[in-house]
Design a binder for this molecule. Structure first.
Ligand code: DGI
Ligand code: FE
Ligand code: FE
Length: 207
């Protein structure tokens, strides 16, 4: 993966989003933020940028189109995806990354697949795409954005816990169906933080 390849891919994505400028800018924001987080956490920068570029490549479809495409390509549809088909853009995006954009890197495809819900035990690259989607500079929805933006570069585990926790709060407040994966991700990262703080307490007691 070199610079010329990444630029060519960016142009393809720009063309695909020609009718949705805001989504293109979000995509560029995510790709750049992925690259910054990759520098911070010692992950390959080009792979992170490419995952960011393609993470929402299936976003410009209606609910009906998403359901139909997933049926056509035998992509499994969970009960919560049936109720909230927009969630399927992550699974369909991973499929299109492979089939339309020629990505044969399993970890990049998996980062796209799990970018909306996360998953327990994400790889660093998956974590980077998940967080970059939330904190990229053009995002302005969540109240805790400034806080999470800072934490993302200090402690990505803590950032993922905060993001999943506030997403769950938001979904509950709005009576949106919750995908079990989002819940499991939050539980996993909460347990990881707890285990870490128990360990450091034990270490302190042993001094
Ligand atoms: O595609 P984007 O808008 O850039 O971001 P995304 O793919 O993370 O999708 C964001 C939405 O996904 C956000 O409004 C919260 C929602 N989401 C995350 N987990 C769940 C969920 N929606 C439902 N219904 N259930 C979930 O478990
Ligand atoms: Fe998305
Ligand atoms: Fe996104």
């Amino acid at each position: 993966m070199d610079n010329a390849y990444v630029q060519a891919l960016r142009k393809e994505v720009k063309k695909a989003f020609k009718n949705n400028k805001a989504r293109y800018w979000h995509t560029i924001g995510v790709a750049n933020t992925c690259a910054c987080l990759a520098m911070r956490y010692g992950v390959d920068m080009e792979r992170a940028f490419v995952a960011g570029l393609l993470h929402d490549c299936a976003k410009c479809y209606s609910d009906q189109e998403l359901l139909k495409a997933c049926e056509n390509y035998s992509i499994d549809i969970s009960p919560s995806e049936n109720v909230s088909p927009y969630l399927l853009h992550a699974k369909l995006g991973a499929y299109y990354a492979r089939t339309l954009y020629g990505i044969d890197d399993d970890e990049i495809c998996s980062a796209i697949r799990y970018h909306s819900t996360g998953r327990p035990g994400m790889t660093r690259l998956e974590e980077i795409v998940f967080i970059a989607d939330y904190i990229e500079p053009f995002r302005d929805k969540a109240d805790n954005l400034d806080e999470v933006r800072k934490i993302a570069f200090e402690d990505i585990t803590e950032a993922i816990y905060r993001v999943t926790n506030s997403t769950l709060d938001y979904l509950k407040k709005n009576n949106n169906p919750i995908d079990s994966m989002t819940e499991e991700t939050c539980k996993y990262y909460s347990a990881l933080l707890k285990a870490r703080s128990n360990n450091s307490e034990t270490e302190e007691n042993n001094v």
